[in-house]
Design a protein around this ligand. Structure first.
Ligand code: NIG
Ligand code: FE
Length: 424
């Protein structure tokens, strides 16, 4: 029997104007499609109609005439807006424990990199993650996923990088796979064995790079545990040359490069992303003018993380210059235990507006279709178009600008994932 979910008479249905085949850049980022008094019809896990109220009514009526035994569930959405399910293209979802003690260390003047170099930071989380079983990782991470979906996020990327041994990296990636299979939020996996140099390799970081390339990558590829490969390319972590070696090796195993670039110092990460043809370069707080120009030319998506900048008390990335220079911008929480412990992508959207001067329309493009491009999913998700996955979020807001105006609160009213109501 056919089953329809019909969202009626929404104040606005907000999506992007035609997903096209490349991420939105420049003025395209403002070119959203707003249907006043709109309707969306879902059949099983697909969007089958989107349009104005009158057309939606006619579509559903004619469907009911044809399919007399079909079940149509109507959702009254007056006073609400409908968006595509939000996409978070950069998280470190799977880890054990937490690091609230570091917040006070940083308030007392310690820097993020100093804490890492003293064996804290990522290495602290690594100790806890190594000690946890796969099942414990699943349980802790599931709670984070439950929060993500409460904030309207229906797909996330998730990186490994708190294991830093073959077994512990595989454990994290297997946990992510099992969560993907058992939780409504879809998870796209990234291998990030090069997240930090573990203490046992402190004196020989190049040996660790070799270990990542020769011992980790083949196993990750063999079990098909990841689609992307990421490196923390940063002064005092992995050099540009080491990052290039790892990402090139990843490519040979079929993993698409991503890169944590120019987060703390200007380091050539954006330039490397362009040179490698990475799908995204992320952070970019200190990206150079040349790096921005090269990213635009190479079509690398800039995944910006204004929550991390705020949490590390750093100046935000230069989103306006990126957009004006033709770089496609996406937004993400960077959910992790050290530099951005939040699942609230709507808060990140607020910060993009207030700290980087992105407009409400650009913010929507950046957290839907451009975010989907950053994880290779734009064919399936990131806009409300017929044929795409039935992933939607309803907000208790009269128009899309209201999401940035009434900031810092959770306006999510309902979340629909694969055609099922999962939050209400
Ligand atoms: O994206 N910069 C490196 N990695 C993460 C932080 C990880 C952590 O502190 O645990 C980030 O900010
Ligand atoms: Fe990160």
């Amino acid at each position: 029997m056919k089953r329809l979910l019909y969202i009626r008479r929404a104040s606005q249905v907000v999506t992007v104007a035609g997903s096209g085949n490349k991420p939105k850049t420049g003025s395209e980022m403002s070119d959203i499609r707003v249907i006043e008094h709109g309707g969306v019809v879902l059949e099983n896990d697909r969007i089958v109609f989107v349009g104005a109220h009158g057309d939606a009514e006619a579509w559903v009526r004619s469907f009911e005439d044809r399919e007399t035994d079909a079940q149509v569930q109507r959702i009254e959405a007056e006073g609400k807006i409908v968006l595509p399910g939000l996409v978070d293209p950069h998280t470190h979802l799977v880890f054990a424990g937490s690091r609230e003690h570091e917040l006070e260390m940083r308030l007392n003047g310690a820097t993020y990199i100093e804490i890492l170099q003293q064996g804290g930071g990522i290495l602290y989380s690594t100790t806890q993650t190594r000690a946890a079983s796969e099942q414990q990782l699943i349980e802790q991470s599931r709670r984070r996923l439950d929060r993500f979906i409460q904030y309207g996020v229906t797909t996330i990327e998730a990186k490994s990088g708190y294991g830093l041994t073959v077994e512990d990296e595989l454990k994290q990636l297997r946990a992510a796979r099992k969560l993907n299979d058992s939780h409504p939020v879809d998870i796209v996996s990234t291998f990030m064995g090069a997240h930090a140099v573990p203490s046992e390799y402190k004196a020989n970081p190049d040996d660790y790079v070799r270990y990542v390339i020769e011992d980790m990558l083949p196993k990750v590829a063999d079990e098909q545990l990841a689609e992307f490969c990421d490196v923390f390319c940063e002064q005092g972590v992995f050099t540009v040359e080491q990052s290039e070696r790892i990402l090139e090796a990843g490519k040979r195993w079929g993993l698409i490069p991503k890169i944590h670039a120019d987060e703390i110092v200007s380091f050539g990460g954006a330039e490397l992303a362009a040179k490698l043809g990475a799908i995204s370069a992320d952070h970019l707080l200190k990206a150079s003018d040349e790096g921005i120009r090269m990213m635009a030319q190479a079509g690398v998506v800039a995944v910006l993380l204004p929550g991390t900048a705020l949490y590390l008390m750093e100046s935000p990335a230069r989103a306006r210059e990126m957009i004006e220079n033709g770089v496609a911008v996406a937004l993400s929480t960077d959910r992790n235990p050290g530099s951005s412990p939040t699942e609230s992508l709507p808060l990140i959207m607020n910060l993009a507006c207030f700290t980087m001067k992105m407009t409400p329309a650009e913010v929507i493009t950046a957290s839907t279709i451009n975010a989907a491009y950053a994880i290779g999913r734009a064919e399936e998700i990131g806009s409300i178009e017929t044929g795409k996955k039935a992933d939607l979020v309803l907000f208790d807001a009269p128009n899309y600008q209201f999401l940035q105006y009434n900031f810092g609160v959770n306006l999510v009213d309902m979340v629909i994932k694969n055609g099922d109501i999962v939050v209400q």
